[in-house]
Design a protein around this ligand. Sequence first.
Ligand code: DAK
Length: 259
Amino acid sequence: MANEFIEVRTEGGKVGVVTLNRPKQLNALNNGLMDELGAALKAFDADPAIGCMVVTGSEKAFAAGADIGAMASYGFADVYKNDYITRNWETIRSIRKPVIAAVSGFALGGGCELAMMCDFIIAAENAKFGQPEIKLGIIPGAGGTQRLPRAVGKSKAMDMALTGRMMDATEAERAGLVSRVVPLDKLMEETLAAALMICDYSQIAVMAAKEAVNKSFEGTLADGIMFERRMFHAMFATTDQKEGMDAFVNKRKAQFKHQ
Ligand code: DAK
């Protein structure tokens, strides 16, 4: 079925790219968009040819937040009883292959939270991040109060959540929210180069690395270290580990089979 709110394509037959496409609303996130995004990411995750995904927006906005017009008339009874859009907002958390956010322009509220749900963020120089929900009389609702402090520390996360101010790309990189900042006209080129590089590694090792890094956010350090150790041991059961190490020893490029 054709998508109404996103565009979907592949690059090099290996990278799945989803472009949020509600330009007039600065890619404000509504129910339909989140359904389409979740379905597209799940389809890429299930496709053996795809090794990495990219979520991006327009030059002006990655996403300016959840659709305020759609939320404006909701009451507590509606959002509590219907577990307000929890269903389709959490899909991205179940994706096992890497997802990179390529952010230019505004990434605010739910847009910032969506970017943080991705595995890492590459930002264009014009990117602006923020959790301005406080200005609307609400608080972040899609993980912002949890993921932002883990990324930038308590003081800056409190500053962002309590004042609603925006952080530019330089500050976001300095604070550890984004992995790199690139010129706007190089955003997709740099992001796709990173994605293609990931695709050439062992898919098993890539998924295991993602799972292990994510563990560091969810449990104690001791549990995380033990999980990493077990995943590390498991890599020695793969053909790709034999190939990767043999290639190094024999000074040739590894050809991973994802087995
Ligand atoms: N929703 C709906 N429409 C939006 C929008 C949004 N978040 N942001 C912008 N737009 C629309 C504007 O209304 C305007 O529409 P027209 O007037 O042209 O019809 C158009 O996009 C262009 O916006 P502006 O004219 O305002 O453009 P400017 O360049 O002057 O300003 C801006 C850009 C991004 C600074 C400004 O638009 C702005 O402040 N937007 C609102 C940002 C915001 O407050 N975002 C946070 C929303 S609350 C949850 C999951 C998620 C959430 C909650 C729960 N669960 C899973 C439970 C998330 C909540 C939020 O994100």
